[in-house]
Design a binder for this molecule. Structure first.
Ligand code: FAD
Length: 330
């Protein structure tokens, strides 16, 4: 493969109901850094229907070029039309790097594209950089999070990576940035469309996603059971916080999986993170150590969570939290 034919860093811009997802802005920030390092451009690839109003926003967050395909077939995410559209775009435009959010959509799309393009894909990356040889260094946890592996796609292009939401930082918006907007037409092969979307049923969500929360009250095995988490809910109520959990409590059926923080849960970066009765296993730390301020309460003064905590309290969480709730209420 002639690698010199490939240049620029492309971000797949995930939109749902026409709303650009936060992860796309996070990826644009990272793509900007990588492209500056390579002295190349950032291309934002936006697929959908009646989505042209969004292009300026993508430039403001770091894109040099916004390529959009406005097609009825792309109105809602559907694997085959999306895979066809992106494959066509990549074959024509030949970006050196393609970044995709590791959301349910991205995790469906990434492997299809890499198979169609006969290139590699590193899933769930937590760090991206450029090597001296101008290859993309894709770092992700391996062996259950016990070590970090840096993977290179040396022989093939594009170099593809999915990145978990919440890992990369959004670049500050700059509305004065200038960029180019291009429209592309897709030649769909409708005979390959095997799935028809008949109806979309939305999950009822009354709570804020934990990745969006400014304050998180997270409980672990030390909190123990449902009654323990009710105490945390009261505490969270006094702070306008959301409640999350370690995997131990999700596996025990005490909390739902969408509240799990960590390597196999969500990556969070709140202003304030309470780690209550959580030991601080490496897989948990992977999801929260970037929090702005961490307060840990644990009865074991040697618990590893204290290594990342800004403030540590050695004591019984079941005694301390009700006292703290009462104080805060007053
Ligand atoms: P424990 O490790 O059992 O710790 C409980 C802590 O509570 C202890 O430190 C104890 O001293 C303290 N304690 C007990 N009673 C009290 C009390 N009354 N007051 C104060 N402190 C008390 N884990 C995650 O969290 N998220 C993940 O995404 C995740 N992914 C994983 C992926 C893989 C591949 C593997 C192998 C593991 C993963 N884990 C994950 C599990 C992880 O290794 C730990 O087992 C888990 O985080 C432990 O949860 P915990 O801290 O709640 O429980």
């Amino acid at each position: 493969m002639d690698k010199s034919q490939y240049r620029d860093v492309c971000v797949f811009v995930e939109q749902r109901e026409g709303i650009i997802q936060k992860v796309a802005l996070e990826l644009l920030g990272k793509a900007r850094e990588l492209a500056d390092n390579l002295n190349e451009k950032v291309i934002a690839l936006l697929l959908g229907h009646e989505i042209t109003g969004q292009t300026q926003e993508l430039i403001a967050y770091g894109a040099d070029v916004v390529v959009y395909a406005d097609e009825r077939e792309l109105a809602e995410y559907n694997t085959e039309p999306y895979a066809q559209a992106i494959t066509q775009f990549i074959l024509q435009r030949r970006p050196a790097i393609v970044l995709i959010g590791a959301t349910t959509i991205g995790r469906d799309l990434g492997p299809r594209l890499s198979a169609r393009l006969s290139t590699g894909l590193t899933a769930d990356c937590t760090a991206l950089d450029i090597s001296e040889e101008r290859d993309l260094l894709m770092t992700r946890p391996a062996f259950g999070g016990n070590l970090m592996a840096t993977i290179i796609c040396k022989e093939h292009r594009p170099q593809m990576s999915t990145v978990r939401p919440g890992v990369m930082r959004i670049k500050p918006k700059d509305s004065s940035r200038q960029g180019v907007v291009e429209n592309i037409k897709i030649n769909f092969d409708n005979s390959k469309f095997k799935v028809k979307i008949l109806k979309t049923v939305k999950e009822q969500k009354s709570r804020i996603d934990i990745t969006e929360a400014k304050v998180l009250v997270s409980g672990g095995r030390g909190v123990g059971n449902k009654e323990g988490f009710e105490i945390l809910e009261c505490f969270a109520g006094t702070l306008g916080a959301e409640v999350s959990a370690s995997r131990a409590m999700v596996d025990a059926g005490v909390m739902p999986h969408d509240r799990q923080v960590g390597q196999t849960g969500k990556t969070v970066r709140p202003d304030l993170y309470f780690a209550l009765g959580i030991s601080g296993a490496i897989q948990h730390l992977a999801g929260m150590e970037e929090s702005e301020y961490i307060i840990a309460i644990n009865k074991d003064k040697y618990a590893p969570i204290f290594n990342v905590a800004d403030l540590g309290i050695v004591g019984d969480v079941r005694k301390i939290i009700p006292l703290l709730t009462e104080k805060l209420r007053k």
